[in-house]
Design a protein around this ligand. Structure first.
Ligand SMILES: Cc1cc2nc3c(=O)[nH]c(=O)nc-3n(C[C@H](O)[C@H](O)[C@H](O)COP(=O)(O)OP(=O)(O)OC[C@H]3O[C@@H](n4cnc5c(N)ncnc54)[C@H](O)[C@@H]3O)c2cc1C
Length: 389
């Protein structure tokens, strides 16, 4: 016998959890189906950076709308998201100075506290940095990082408190369509019916879409991360995206620094391929770059390494919206930057599903149809693709 729900959300990463929560807030009873456990995909391995600096306005708006959740989590959602305010610097190479100025002006226009700092001002802010290879950086004093597992768990708990149901260890293996509309899913634990199905399956979203007869141009992105124990002379530092040295890093609890590279990523791995080990040469490259930015890190000790995998779209921007049979929606292809967008993505998708359009942020630019229509998202003031191999 099958069970009937108002909506079925496939995947309990941050996107699925947030959509289930926001649908529940609007009075629906969604079923959240997770093949493994909460946060088992990209979310559980996310570096958790929370910043608003994007070169596409709609993404900056999604990050800014999400920031309102992260910075007031316990009152708004309940539980904890582990948000830690460290300040955030976006360092760019000199050829991107003009883009940086234009993007900070755009951020300020939409209300994000951000300003341009000269290299000298960065040096004053973070005396342990070496700053001679760049001229300007953007600074967001309120940004930092959050705990992706805690964030996602508290969204699921809040949704359950409003009547949503979570089933873990249950894989969706079929999507049933009748008369051009979705009517339910077949899972490893039986059938479940709903007129709305949302594909939030992260790196597996292409496989899940195929179950509904939808072909997506999704790839996978596998990304290496390293934790180092800071030496006493490097007490702390802000969260940083360092495009001049093609890396990002942030403080982690226990005197650690989390560090990853914008290059050195692996594309096209099967979503189910075990996540074992980092690429050859990753540790050496990462150590060399962090020591260039923070010379005192020469005395740091490598603590551990791991990798994670996300869904990657052709323009490295998410797919948000309807696709294929009526009632089938996508929130996927977050391309390595979707954690911080999660709260607002949930609000927008609930609005799109229930009201026909998103009002928190206009997400029409992220329409999944853009690729079949020959469009990709282009920044007015680009820094180039974030991720390369
Ligand atoms: C190493 C790494 C570092 C990152 N750092 C950052 C960062 O600093 N800041 C940031 O904003 N973003 C970051 N990201 C990106 C961000 O983590 C992801 O974009 C985001 O977590 C994607 O969430 P999701 O819910 O779409 O997918 P996922 O978290 O991958 O969730 C998908 C879920 O679907 C489930 N699933 C799959 N198939 C099925 C099925 N058939 N039936 C049922 N369930 C299914 C999976 O088990 C999984 O739990 C990083 C990602 C990685 C991998």
């Amino acid at each position: 016998m099958s069970e009937a729900w108002d909506a079925i959300v496939i995947g309990a990463g941050v996107a699925g959890a947030s959509i289930a929560y926001h649908l529940s807030l609007r009075g629906l009873k969604p079923l959240l189906i997770e093949a493994d456990h909460i946060g088992a995909g990209a979310t559980g391995r996310s570096s958790g950076l929370v910043r608003m600096h994007y070169d596409v306005e709609e993404e900056a708006r999604l990050a800014w709308a999400s920031y309102a959740y992260f910075s007031g989590w316990s009152d708004r959602v309940g539980g904890s998201c582990g948000f830690t305010r460290t300040g955030f610097l976006q360092i760019v190479p000199p050829e991107h100075n003009e883009s940086l100025r234009a993007n900070v002006a755009m951020h300020q226009r939409i209300g994000i506290p951000s300003k341009v700092l000269s290299a000298e001002e960065v040096q004053d802010l973070v005396p342990v940095f070496s700053t001679e290879d760049f001229e300007f950086a953007a600074y967001e004093p309120g940004s930092g990082y959050a705990d992706p597992a805690a964030t996602t768990t508290s969204l699921v708990e809040a949704a359950r408190g409003l009547g949503a149901r979570l089933i873990q260890g249950c894989k969706v293996v079929g999507i049933r369509v009748s008369g051009g509309k979705v009517v339910g899913v077949t899972s490893t634990l039986g059938d479940h019916d709903a007129p709305v199905i949302v594909n939030c399956a992260g790196p597996w979203a292409g496989e899940v879409a195929k179950l509904a007869g939808v072909s997506l141009p999704l790839d996978t992105w596998t990304h290496d991360v390293m934790l180092v124990q800071r030496p006493p002379q490097v007490a702390s530092h802000p969260a940083v995206i360092d495009d001049a040295l093609t890396m990002y890093f942030r403080p982690e609890t226990g005197g650690l620094t989390l560090l990853a590279l914008e290059d050195c990523n692996r594309f096209g791995e099967a979503p189910d391929r075990p996540l074992e080990g980092v690429s050859k040469g990753f540790v050496e490259r990462a150590v060399e770059r962090i020591c260039r930015r923070i010379p005192g890190m020469e005395k740091a000790a490598v603590q551990s390494t791991y990798c994670g995998r996300d869904g990657l779209s052709p323009d490295q921007h998410p797919l948000l919206g309807p696709s294929g049979p009526q009632g089938f929606f996508l929130a996927c292809g977050f391309s390595g930057t979707g954690f911080k967008l999660g709260p607002a993505v949930g609000a927008c998708m609930a609005e799109l599903i229930l009201d026909g359009r998103a009002s928190t942020v206009d997400i029409s630019i992220f329409s999944p149809d853009r690729f079949s229509q020959g469009r990709t998202i282009q920044s007015e003031h680009p820094y180039g693709p974030l991720w390369t191999s």
